[in-house]
Design a protein around this ligand. Structure first.
Ligand code: UDP
Ligand code: MG
Length: 314
């Protein structure tokens, strides 16, 4: 019988975990003839009682395993830790807020188990429960990254997906520190079937992604999966050289014909500001790539474990 590992990243989710567990158990019972399950809760340095709730679950149910981080490392790190720890033939990752409906699991399982696909992933057709601002931001981001990156990034794609071992091993083999899973899933390739569903609002608690965090995540995605911003900044450089060259000729010709009356410094000031701004912007872009390269070369661990279910047995 096949085993499915469910990786669940949790950050300050004391209210959501029990509800998630009870809800998913219904699906697990329905599927018990087809496969067995293991849960891997990853406590991403929560500041509330998340770890206590998880420990209680692990004591009662031996299909529940957990990894607790020494501090908050982010959802990407939490997913990676879960993937590395997973022992199942198939692995799926779900948010604990029930925005990824467990009812899709049987279809996902059948799709991958038939051998026709390596992965079955969920994509939401709407963005219910998110602010207008966030919806617009997300839409623009996907349009932009679609133009900038060669890696396929599907708008509305969730991290929620069920993968076979081959695809999972490919994901695990990518040990980069700056992780952008939506890109990594696209990068490794493999045959993915998409199923669409209407997203529901978060059941308990609130979103752990502030606009600032989301913006940083978006920049991460672009820098990790495209070098086009560098080409664009080089293009700006070239364009301004060309404009400057034309301006020089115009100024020389004008001086020869009409002499050299002093004037025009306000426009000069504007030009200096403008070019200065563009230069700083381009240096900023380069700086981003350098910063990412820097953090990769340091080769620091993606996450640090403080406690696992093994510690309960001691
Ligand atoms: N999460 C995490 N670490 C973080 C932020 C979030 O493990 O630093 C988890 C969170 O507990 C949840 C999932 O990632 O299970 C998705 O988070 P959330 O629902 O807040 O994101 P949103 O739905 O707003 O995109
Ligand atoms: Mg959510």
């Amino acid at each position: 019988m096949k085993k499915v590992s469910i990786v669940v990243p949790c950050y300050n989710e004391e209210e959501s975990i029990m509800l998630f567990y009870k809800t998913i158990k219904k699906t697990v019972i329905k599927m018990k003839k087809k496969c067995s399950f293991e849960f891997i809760f990853v406590n991403d340095g929560s500041k509330d009682k998340t770890i206590k709730v998880i420990r209680e679950l692990a004591k009662k149910d031996n299909s529940v395993r957990y990894i607790s981080f020494s501090r908050n490392f982010g959802k990407e790190a939490a997913m990676y830790a879960g993937f590395e720890a997973a022992s199942g033939d198939y692995v799926t990752t779900m948010d604990v807020d029930l925005q990824d409906p467990p009812e899709l699991l049987p279809e996902m399982f059948d799709t991958v188990d038939s051998g026709e696909y390596d992965c079955c992933a969920a994509k939401s057709t709407n963005r219910k429960g998110y602010s207008f601002f966030r919806k617009t931001f997300t839409k623009w981001f996907y349009a932009l990254i679609g133009k900038l990156s060669k890696t396929e990034m599907v708008p509305g794609a969730r991290d929620y997906r069920l993968m076979n071992r081959k695809m999972l091993n490919a994901i695990i083999s990518m040990k980069e520190y700056n992780r952008y899973s939506k890109g990594l899933f696209g990068f490794v390739g493999f045959d993915t079937k998409w199923i669409e569903y209407n997203i529901v609002e978060r059941q308990k608690g609130e979103s752990k992604y502030s606009m600032r965090k989301l913006f940083a995540y978006a920049i991460e995605g672009i820098i990790d999966f495209s070098t086009k911003p560098l080409i664009i900044s080089a293009f700006f450089g070239l364009l301004f050289c060309l404009i400057a060259f034309i301006m020089i000729i115009v100024v020389i010709v004008k001086t020869l014909i009409w002499g050299d009356p002093v004037g025009g410094w306000p426009s000069l000031a504007c030009i200096i500001f403008f070019i200065g701004g563009i230069q700083l912007f381009c240096i900023g872009i380069m700086g981003q790539y350098l910063a990412k390269t820097y953090s990769e070369t340091k080769n620091r661990p993606i996450y640090i474990v403080k406690e696992t279910e093994e510690d309960l047995k001691k």
